[in-house]
Design a protein around this ligand. Structure first.
Ligand SMILES: NC(=O)c1ccc[n+]([C@@H]2O[C@H](COP(=O)([O-])OP(=O)(O)OC[C@H]3O[C@@H](n4cnc5c(N)ncnc54)[C@H](OP(=O)(O)O)[C@@H]3O)[C@@H](O)[C@H]2O)c1
Length: 346
């Protein structure tokens, strides 16, 4: 056996022995992650599903068995190698530090630690050099930020990016399972002429759209827009990057879309060169023909971020326009988290 085979075998044995915990296993992101662990070596060891008291006692099919969902309350993280947090920021703040202190490699999907200077904020295709190996908290970026940077970061090979203008068209799934159900229910109500009663989202959702349902700050930016600015700067290590974001929730069940204009310091690259560069970018699929462009229903269930509508910004010689769609439950959340863990343990 050569050294490479030996290392691979050792990694496989380690994965078989790893104890993995999913906090928030019953939610939209948690369920996607469990689906991905079906085929990842990281799912080969002991997998523990935790949730809130609501789902305690439920079971989730996994590989050839059922995972019994347990309450996270009082859970002892000692002996846990890997902990995926797929719950709220509050739950992450309460439990993730204890998990890390007990020796687990924590990957948190919430926004709790994203701007914490001690927590790396990782998109493995963009800033792999910052991946933390060993115990500690790594933050998974916001889903809209991941989709944006999967499309825009590879363009840095053409010159320094000065500014990004982005408008999002965000799906219900970004707000979790309850929001998806609300969109289904409201669509039926609307078509049957029944009154629309928003419960999860702040506004009527079926056949409507509205500014992202996160609180506005003192600048008039909603929380999602602010995250796209701050997180992009941290991931790219570029404090002076301009990001002008407008985030909108649209009545799509799954997969976010983004209209992106990238402004370079100098003249924008030729669209054909960009198409070729993006075709070689890992995790990106170019869909860019006269009558073919990225659409959320084609991005749904896909690991790749779809990028198309690659064209010059005719109002600015330094500008280049793109349109991207990505399944934010996969690359925007569960898949990115799994890729971080796989890279950290490799
Ligand atoms: N949805 C997305 O596209 C997306 C993308 C990126 C990041 N995120 C982030 O990922 C996190 C999860 O989002 P989601 O969309 O999956 O939400 P979700 O569908 O509402 O699921 C929330 C999960 O948290 C669990 N939970 C509630 N209280 C808990 C507690 N005390 N201890 C442990 N688990 C608890 C819930 O369990 P019960 O079944 O018991 O209620 C459920 O499993 C959020 O921080 C979100 O901002 C989401």
């Amino acid at each position: 056996m050569g050294p490479a085979e030996f290392i691979l075998q050792a990694l496989g044995i380690l994965a078989l022995m790893a104890r993995t915990v999913i906090v928030g296993a019953t939610g939209a992101v948690g369920r996607e992650l469990i689906g991905l662990l079906e085929t990842s070596t990281l799912g080969a060891g002991d997998v523990v599903a935790l949730a809130g008291s609501r789902s305690s006692g439920a079971s989730i099919p996994f590989r050839d068995k059922e995972l019994l969902v347990r309450s996270s309350e009082g859970f002892d993280f000692r002996g846990v190698d890997l902990a995926f947090f797929c719950a709220s920021s509050q739950v992450a703040r309460e439990l993730a530090p204890a998990a890390a202190a007990a020796g687990a490699l924590v990957v948190d999907n919430s926004s709790a630690f994203r701007m914490d200077p001690k927590a790396p904020l990782i998109i493995p295709e963009v800033n792999p050099e910052q991946i933390r190996r060993g115990p500690g908290i790594t933050a998974n970026p916001n889903c809209s930020t991941i989709i944006l940077l999967m499309a825009a970061a590879p363009l840095r090979q053409f010159g320094r990016i000065r500014r990004i203008i982005v408008s999002t068209y965000q799906a219900a799934s970004g707000a979790g399972q309850a929001a998806m159900q609300e969109l289904r229910d409201q669509t039926l109500d609307y078509l049957h002429g029944a009154p629309i009663m928003p419960k999860v989202m702040p506004h009527p959702y079926a056949f409507n759209l509205f500014s992202h349902d996160s609180p506005m700050n003192e600048h008039g930016w909603n929380g999602e827009e602010w995250k796209m600015l701050q997180e992009s700067r941290k991931i790219l290590g570029q404090e002076d990057l301009g990001v002008n974001a407008t985030c909108v929730r649209v009545p799509i069940l799954r997969a976010h879309s983004e209209s992106i204009t990238v402004e370079f310091d100098g003249p924008a690259p030729d669209p054909e060169a960009v198409r070729s560069a993006l075709a070689h970018a890992p995790g990106v699929r170019v869909v860019d023909e006269a009558d073919r462009f990225p659409m959320p229903n084609e991005a749904t269930g896909q690991r790749d971020v779809l990028v198309g509508r690659i064209r010059r910004d005719l109002s600015n010689p330094n500008g280049l326009c793109l349109f991207a769609c990505g399944d934010q439950l996969l690359k925007g959340a569960a898949l990115n988290a799994l890729q971080i863990a796989e890279a950290a343990l490799a």
